[in-house]
Design a binder for this molecule. Sequence first.
Ligand code: NAG
Ligand code: NAG
Ligand code: NAG
Ligand code: NAG
Ligand code: NAG
Length: 262
Amino acid sequence: MLLPVIVALNVSNVLVYSATAGYRHDSIPTAISELTRRGPDYGINFINTEDMTLFNDRYLSQFDAVFFLSNTDEVLNSSGKAAFQKYLDRGGNVVGVHAATNCMLRRSCFYSSGSQFQGHPAFTNATMVVLDMIHPSTAGLPPRWNVTDEIYNFVTDPRDLGAVVVLSADESSYRDPSRGQSAQGDPHPIAWYQERHTGTNSTGLVGRSWYTGLGHAAAAWKDDVFMSHILGGLAYVLASNTTRAMNPDATVGSLGPKYTPV
Ligand SMILES: *[C@@H]1O[C@H](CO)[C@@H](O)[C@H](O)[C@H]1NC(C)=O
Ligand SMILES: *[C@@H]1O[C@H](CO)[C@@H](O)[C@H](O)[C@H]1NC(C)=O
Ligand SMILES: *[C@@H]1O[C@H](CO)[C@@H](O)[C@H](O)[C@H]1NC(C)=O
Ligand SMILES: *[C@@H]1O[C@H](CO)[C@@H](O)[C@H](O)[C@H]1NC(C)=O
Ligand SMILES: *[C@@H]1O[C@H](CO)[C@@H](O)[C@H](O)[C@H]1NC(C)=O
């Protein structure tokens, strides 16, 4: 298994935000412990919080990426959203996983991971199709990847916002009686990246984003192939050169190998 290597100037700080205001996934603690356990191998210092008050300018500016982990409903108030937008406008990077498209967005927010969750059929075995064999988030996957997960449908096509879809679902590999209404486009988007993250109105510096719809069950987070997908997505955003992980002139990100966010 070829895992992505992150060659950073500094240890990267990644804030894992796992607050939920609606449905709460059982897999959240496993996801956090597996990320934290694997972080040192990738030069990543993962810090987990569910404290909305930490979405302020001073705190966020210490992170190279913010990782939205299966959040649901309104997990930030307007001050938190403003601080987050400022962070994006200063070059901050974003990763979203699974229900991260099912939070905030439904009630007027500038923030978008590229689309919004529409619904999903029952937890199922399904085959994913890699569309980009080179992107760090899919380079470690087999070309046709069998998963057991919730296969999301999305309200809109993330490609309409300029996202590049790297992983799609083979719709013939599972049953989905609810799919008919989706305008998500074809092939069915599951994971995608944006070189310039949407949701900021900065015309200058903008960080990167990456999103995957997978990650419902705890078992996924214990799987090395799934983790290569997640850590590869992180490797991609951290290489944006818009934060201190890679660029000493940046205004957000880790302040050095021994630095702990305060
Ligand atoms: C958002 O929540 C934080 C923490 O509770 C609070 O300090 C802040 O005043 C809130 N902002 C708004 C606009 O309600
Ligand atoms: C997936 O396939 C395995 C092997 O056939 C089966 O045991 C399992 O029940 C299936 N899982 C789901 C969620 O359908
Ligand atoms: C993936 O699932 C399909 C359909 O169940 C099956 O035919 C195929 O053998 C599986 N591939 C692997 C590598 O397990
Ligand atoms: C982005 O645009 C919106 C709408 O015009 C505005 O309310 C907001 O203040 C802008 N944010 C920044 C950071 O410029
Ligand atoms: C990153 O930015 C720095 C400072 O602006 C620049 O010197 C460096 O060449 C950039 N690196 C890449 C890979 O773009």
